[in-house]
Write a protein of this length. Structure first.
Length: 123
């Protein structure tokens, strides 16, 4: 018994940066990434880790320019999926938000951790 696909997912946002071109790259948000290999019983796999953080120092925020969310090319994949598969599949849009992971990618783990420890505790 096989399971057919009946939903296609397209997304926009930082989650699309996880697997860029090459072993090291910088995404449109200014986060530097590195591909890391690991062994599995089925061969070599890869995952990515953020290495450079555009908001690692407090002064960077004043200079930081995030990508323009109104750029039409951000939505090209969604338009293509709809045009090619609208009669065949359900097409679902997604914008992944990771809270702490986004902060770690943009500011670095130490910066986010320092901010959490400085936050006043309730009570």
């Amino acid at each position: 018994m096989g399971f057919d696909q009946d939903i296609l997912i397209t997304s926009v946002g930082w989650a699309n940066s996880y697997y860029g071109e090459g072993d090291e790259y910088v995404d449109e948000w200014g986060v530097s990434w590195q591909s890391v290999a690991y062994a599995t019983p089925f061969g070599v796999g890869h995952y990515t880790e953020p290495r450079g953080h555009p908001l690692a120092d407090a002064g960077a925020l004043a200079r930081y320019q995030p990508p323009d969310p109104s750029r039409t090319e951000l939505y090209a994949d969604a338009h293509r999926l709809i045009a090619q598969h609208r009669d065949e599949y359900w097409i679902v849009g997604s914008s992944v938000y990771h809270d702490l992971r986004d902060g770690v990618g943009h500011a670095g783990a130490g910066t986010v951790d320092d901010g959490l420890h400085r936050r006043p505790r309730p009570g």
